[in-house]
Design a protein. Structure first.
Lengths: 281, 297
């Protein structure tokens, strides 16, 4: 009997330990980034573009990359939404009675979600060669759009499924068409759409491998779709590879900026999800 | 009335087109990458590409073996580290943790999954590399820079924590309370119930989570690239540097258009990743869908 109790105690301790490691790794990462990034953080970092000699440690900031990243992630999220909302609606509203088909579609989007961003990047690069687009903001947006579509579709799909069937039936029984019913549903899931937007935006702003080939890099804030655009993750990567200490330090500071942006996005979407689930019937 | 019906019809067709277009991405990506790999496949066979180790693009020699081994080493280490930790964590969260602690823990798993790969990379360089160089490696080998498959494996393991924990927790929650009650009422301790009932029932789900995690680890690029050392040789110990496939693609995009066949070789690497990850994903999704259906029945 003692042995059995001891065994239970041992494994329970092991579980607590594992949980501490898994949850603690978050603090370890964020802590490391803050510890190294804060000393190099200053107002210039977020208000100035790289000046002359920025990459040998002279003045400037990463405004170009911050704005570039916002453009790429923002553009991709908007474009992705325009595609994903109709897709999610179609799977849920127009495929009645075809459970197998709609479930297969869901699985296909799950699989697409699993395709790594480097493959999307390489494929985006192929599209660009095919259409003769050079590395530019547009190219980056295209690649990141492909990357976020599966996230948007699956999130929206989950949200739409939480809408009570009675609501749809009520709309239909009043003589509305399926599209009019879809509009009712869309209004109902508005907070869910914001959650999806935040998730997609967060993924888009943090991804490197997809913009590596497609968005290029530039020290200026892009003013048109056809100009190359710097992105924050890429800026971090480049600065970290520099042998100059000052530049590396700015890499840490840039990492801090990106971490803060992403944490804000994640916390916001968490709050939204909680609020949303309160509204659920 | 007619206009309303027409609108509905038109919009439904438009939605169908968008749905088909976005889902066919799976096919189009595969075909596109294959099409671009044809030049190198015509020159060298699949067997040669996959099993030879000489990587000299300028001489037209493309042996992917070191890169495949690099990927396997890094992924293997990541799974060996992450799976036990995540299984124990999921068991604790689902079976033991009081509701209060559960509420505190779940957001952290979420937050961790939101951190971008490049930040994991920076953390790897700042924390894991010095740790290996100064504290771990000296006990085993004479010299290591820290940039090794072990560093890549550790960083990857942390990256896949949230994925494995969330899938296994979900699977654990699907196990019927009656089964656990039956075991407990026979006098088994909670741990014995977990060992003999819960884990046995959850096995397919755990396998699916693992397969999914492997495919995620396979394709991870930037974080691994930053800590792995990127040396095109087959690693022989965890302290050797490695050069995984995604890192190969990312590192060489700049020069790939200036050397003949190089772009084709890199697209072949992307195709290889795509095929492996596609298969792994389909396998795990089918297992998970089956579990879900069994539960619904």
């Amino acid at each position: 009997m003692r042995r059995r109790k001891l065994e239970e105690l041992f494994f329970k301790l092991l579980m607590v330990l594992a949980t501490i490691i898994v949850a603690g790794s978050f603090f370890l990462i964020v802590g490391t980034i803050f510890y190294k990034g804060v000393p190099y953080m200053n107002l210039d970092m977020i208000t100035k573009t790289p000046g002359g000699g920025f990459y040998i440690g002279k003045e400037g900031g990463v405004l170009n990359a911050i704005v570039g990243s916002l453009y790429v992630a923002g553009g991709a999220t908007i474009l992705g939404l325009l595609i994903s909302i109709p897709v999610a609606l179609y799977i849920n509203m127009y495929m009645d009675g075809k459970r197998f088909l709609s479930n297969t579609l869901r699985m296909a989007f799950d699989v697409l979600f699993g395709i790594p961003s480097i493959v999307y990047g390489a494929f985006g690069f192929l599209i660009m060669i095919y259409f003769g687009i050079r590395a530019s903001l547009l190219g980056g947006i295209i690649a990141v759009t492909l990357l976020v579509i599966p996230i948007l579709v699956r999130t929206l799909d989950e949200v739409i499924r939480t809408v009570p069937l009675e609501l749809r039936d009520a709309a239909l029984s009043l003589g509305s068409t399926r599209w009019e019913m879809a509009k009712v549903v869309l209004r109902q899931i508005r907070p869910g759409i914001f959650t999806a937007i935040l998730l997609a935006f967060g993924r888009g702003i943090g991804d490197v491998a997809s913009v590596l080939f497609t968005a290029g890099f530039s020290d200026n804030v892009p003013t048109s779709l056809h100009e190359p655009a710097a992105t924050l993750p890429l800026a971090i990567f480049f600065q970290l590879g520099s042998p100059v200490e000052e530049v590396q330090g700015r890499g840490y500071a840039s990492a801090l900026i990106l971490t803060i942006i992403v944490l804000i996005i994640t916390v916001l979407s968490d709050i939204l999800i909680k609020k949303y689930s309160k509204h659920k019937i | 009335m007619n206009i309303r019906l027409l609108k509905d019809k038109l919009l439904s067709k438009l939605m169908l087109v968008l749905t088909l277009a976005s889902v066919s991405l799976l096919l189009v990506i595969g075909i596109g990458l294959y099409y671009k790999s044809i030049p190198i496949l015509q020159k060298l066979s699949w067997g040669t590409l996959l099993t030879t180790s000489v990587w000299k693009p300028l001489k037209g020699l493309f042996g992917f073996f070191p890169f495949i081994m690099g990927t396997l080493w890094v992924t293997g280490i990541a799974i060996i580290i992450a799976l036990p930790l995540c299984l124990l964590t999921a068991l604790y969260i689902v079976e033991y943790a009081p509701a209060r602690i559960k509420r505190i823990l779940t957001p952290f798993v979420n937050l961790l999954s939101g951190i971008p790969p490049v930040i994991f990379g920076v953390w790897g360089v700042l924390f894991i590399i010095p740790l290996i160089q100064d504290h771990i490696a000296p006990h085993f080998v004479e010299f290591s820079t820290g940039y090794s498959v072990l560093a890549g494996g550790i960083v990857l393991a942390v990256m896949i924590f949230p994925l494995i924990v969330s899938i296994i927790s979900e699977v654990l929650r699907t196990i019927p309370q009656e089964l656990k009650d039956a075991s407990l009422s026979l006098g088994a301790t909670k741990w014995e119930t977990i060992k003999k009932v819960v884990l046995r029932k959850a096995l397919p789900g755990i396998v699916a989570a693992t397969v999914l995690a492997i495919s995620r680890a396979f394709g991870e690029t930037i974080a691994v690239l930053m800590v792995c050392g990127n040396n095109a040789a087959v690693p022989h110990s965890v302290f050797d540097p490695g050069y995984p496939l995604p890192a190969l693609i990312a590192n060489n995009y700049g020069e790939m258009l200036s050397i003949p066949m190089y772009d084709s070789a890199l697209m072949f690497a992307a195709l290889l990743l795509f095929i492996i990850i596609l298969l792994f994903n389909i396998i795990s999704r089918v297992i998970l869908a089956r579990l879900e259906r069994k539960l619904a029945a």
